[in-house]
Design a protein around this ligand. Structure first.
Ligand SMILES: *Cc1c(COP(=O)(O)O)cnc(C)c1O
Length: 473
């Protein structure tokens, strides 16, 4: 490929007017004496370059994207249109009087999220799920400091997302890991055995990262609260439960939601997200400032929060992301419940279609996602989960999440979301079955995958040992 930086002399894509070229307003000493060394390309050359790059990318608009735990649902394009409305493109330092529309949007989004989670107060500030977790853990820490209890430990099941222990640690807690039982759930006896007065909280994901609903969650809540400890809900998997239950009903005190997963704002590729945090009444006075409030007449920023942990992000969080999530929630209304229902139905449908071909470590109904393993293929055909994931790339499919959760060897974690129709699910099942069959008849084909992507099989050892981190012309 000829790169955009190679020059074809004399071509340009834009003609500046005399007015635009007038640099009189600049101090003479800042004006360059020589012409800048810019690529010389027509507008069409540039368009082709970027189109070619974008064609190399994979996205939900291009094909099936069952990346477990990441909820890669379709992001309606009308969200983008609304987020780009002029009225939302305002300076964050503008006065409350001049920003009533934006404040109202944040207030109403907060109200909707409180209804969905069952909680009593919310902050929209954190910019990612992990950021929400850290905020929630800081709130729990400040709460115990304020009531004068010295609690140093946080319990986390071994199926948890890696960000959970990292967030607890960053907030200053020691992490105590507990093993899941044979049903893939928190083991009550294990939990009781590590519970003492030093325990500040448990961090749970429900449904957990195996896609399994923790059926003893109410009992866990009772045990924890009796011990004076709190419960943190990792709500990144909220897509499974909307309208059916909520963290408050399950007995949680703090929850974060990933608006960039469940509430359809784009993610992946490092784009901005929103990891909003909601709490019960008792933790309300610990939220980051400001909290958006309404006095019956005007919306305003309340910066006077008694035990606030302070700010966790500049201004109010990623405002444009909030606009998109708000648009999605309004558009969906009570159909959010239907979205969860379809997400769970799609996952169970795929699980049943695949279980004759791949091992299913937890053979039970799942929620919005499920975990199979490539162990059989590895044992019998020498083809690993990583090879299977790469082979899927030749089927116009983004690979599922692999090797997570850590407690399942050769894990393949599949989350189809509600966005897909039956034909697409059948197509994916066919691709997985084809790969399982090819692994038996022609394992070499799978071992050398992918064959059709712009970048073929890469040397991962060399990439790790000799990383080339420089951008080169
Ligand atoms: C995605 C995810 C997180 C972290 O969210 P980020 O926005 O990536 O920081 C935490 N927990 C679970 C279960 C997740 O799936």
């Amino acid at each position: 490929m000829k790169t955009i930086f190679e020059k074809s002399n004399g071509t340009d894509g834009i003609n500046l007017t005399d007015e635009a070229q007038n640099l009189n307003f600049l101090n003479e000493k800042f004006i360059r004496k020589d012409k800048p060394n810019l690529p010389q390309l027509s507008e069409l050359d540039v368009m082709r370059h970027y189109k070619e790059l974008s064609d190399m990318n994979f996205c939900i608009e291009k094909g099936f994207y069952p990346l477990g735990s990441c909820t890669m649902k379709y992001n309606p394009k009308v969200n983008e249109l609304l987020a780009s409305l002029d009225g939302f493109n305002i300076h964050p330092e503008i006065t409350d009087d001049m920003a009533q529309g934006a404040l109202k949007l944040m207030y109403e989004l907060s109200s909707a999220l409180l209804k969905i989670t069952g909680m009593d107060a919310v902050t929209l500030q954190p910019s990612a799920g992990a950021h929400g977790e850290m905020t929630g853990m800081m709130i729990i820490k400040k709460y115990f400091d304020t009531i004068g209890e010295k609690r140093t430990k946080v319990i986390i099941p071994d199926s948890a997302h890696g960000t959970n222990p990292a967030s607890a640690k960053m907030a200053g807690f020691d992490v105590v890991e507990i093993k899941s039982n044979e049903k893939g759930q928190v083991d009550l006896e294990n939990l009781k055995s590590v519970l003492d007065k030093d325990v500040a909280a448990i961090m749970m994901t429900n449904p957990n990262t195996l896609g399994i609903f923790e059926q003893h969650v109410e009992e866990i809540s009772r045990i924890m609260h009796e011990n004076g400890s709190l419960l943190y809900y990792d709500g990144a998997n909220f897509n499974a439960i909307m309208g059916y239950t909520n963290p408050k009903l399950m007995g949680f005190d703090v929850v974060h939601l990933n608006l960039h997963k469940t509430f359809s704002t784009p993610h992946g590729g490092g784009g901005p997200g929103a990891g909003v945090v909601a709490v019960t009444e008792k933790l309300k006075d610990y939220l980051p400032t400001p909290v958006i409030e309404f006095d019956g007449n005007k919306y305003y920023k309340n910066c006077d929060i008694k035990h606030s942990i302070g700010k966790v992000k500049d201004f109010y969080g990623n405002f444009n992301v909030l606009v998109k999530a708000y648009a999605y929630i309004l558009m969906m209304g009570n159909n959010l419940k239907q979205a969860s229902e379809n997400a769970v139905l799609n996952a169970n449908y795929l699980k049943e279609k695949l279980k004759g071909y791949y091992d299913l470590p937890y053979n039970q109904p799942c929620m919005h996602e499920f975990v199979i393993t490539g162990e059989k293929q590895k044992r019998e055909n020498g083809v690993s989960t990583l090879n299977i994931a790469k082979a899927l790339m030749d089927e116009n499919t983004h690979p599922p999440t692999v090797y997570f959760p850590l407690i399942v060897h050769e894990a393949i974690m599949i989350e189809p979301t509600e966005s897909e129709h039956k034909e697409k699910l059948d197509e994916f099942a066919q691709a997985m079955i084809k790969i399982a069959n090819t692994a038996k008849t022609n394992p070499e084909q799978i071992l050398t995958s992918p064959h059709t992507t712009p970048v073929k099989k890469i040397d991962e050892v060399a990439a790790a040992r000799h990383p080339d981190l420089n951008f080169k012309n």
